[in-house]
Ligand binder design. Structure first.
Ligand code: URA
Length: 242
């Protein structure tokens, strides 16, 4: 983000409240820029990357400016949706972030019972760059299976002819590596509905546990605990496309 923005609009778009509410915040002296309480909420201020270090609201650093990209370690049992019942991935972020405009969205989805690396961003162009079929971004999953592998799975997944139930276009070739008699790494470049579970179902097995640990060359950091998130830096984003 660059250029200038009215202070009240910037704060309202970051979820700090309605225009009226943020004007009250400013009147109370709760918005400080470069050590000085802001006085005029209608004033335009330059938007620079260092604003979160230079501005405090209620004594805390300003939230990240638009252009946020996050990696989240999604736990089992939370849903990638803005409005379904039950626990949502957005509940794992600060509650104010739910009122941001532009809104944060997940980059694709993991189903409720799947854990692992999930990306979120408010940058629509980045989101589309990652999920575009043309980008061929490889998504790596570790699947724990209900039944032992038979030995022919990797060839069937690599064939480019496997059909999922209810579909009429075969799957693109995928890579499977055996990890144990009942677990495998599956690397896919498509993003069809419940794809990994349906791929194993199509060959007569059943996925008991599913975890995504890598997107492109970006791996889920070992020190990012389940339910926790972290901002991505430029190198992380480059790794997705590497
Ligand atoms: N495949 C699935 O079955 N579930 C996911 O969440 C992702 C890929």
């Amino acid at each position: 983000m660059s250029g200038t923005a009215r202070l009240d609009r910037l704060l309202a778009n970051l979820g700090y409240g309605s225009r009226n509410e943020v004007q009250q915040l400013v009147r109370r002296g709760a918005v400080v820029l470069d050590g000085v309480a802001a006085e005029d909420a209608s004033k335009r201020i330059p938007i620079t990357d260092d604003l979160p270090e230079r501005m405090q609201v209620n004594g805390a650093p300003l939230d990240p400016l638009p252009g946020v990209a996050l990696m989240l370690h999604k736990p089992v049992g939370v849903t990638c949706s803005h409005k379904e019942a039950g626990s949502l991935v957005y509940d794992l972020l600060p509650s104010r972030w739910r009122r941001r405009d532009p809104a944060l969205s997940t980059v694709g989805r993991l189903d409720k019972e799947t854990s692992g690396l999930l990306l979120l961003t408010d940058d629509g162009a980045l989101l589309h760059r990652i999920i575009s079929p043309k980008a061929h971004v490889a998504k790596h999953y570790v699947a724990t299976l209900a039944r032992p592998l038979q030995g022919d799975e990797a060839a069937r997944f690599a064939s480019g002819t496997l059909m999922l139930e209810g579909e009429d276009k075969p799957l693109a070739p995928a890579i499977m590596e055996t990890l144990s008699p009942t677990s495998a790494r599956l690397i896919i470049t498509e993003g069809r509905y419940h794809q990994v579970r349906r791929m194993f179902a199509a060959i007569g097995n059943h996925v008991a546990l599913l975890h995504r640990d890598r997107i492109g060359a970006l791996t889920l950091p070992a020190d990012l605990g389940s339910g926790h998130y972290r901002a991505m830096n430029a190198a992380d984003i480059a790794a997705i496309f590497a």
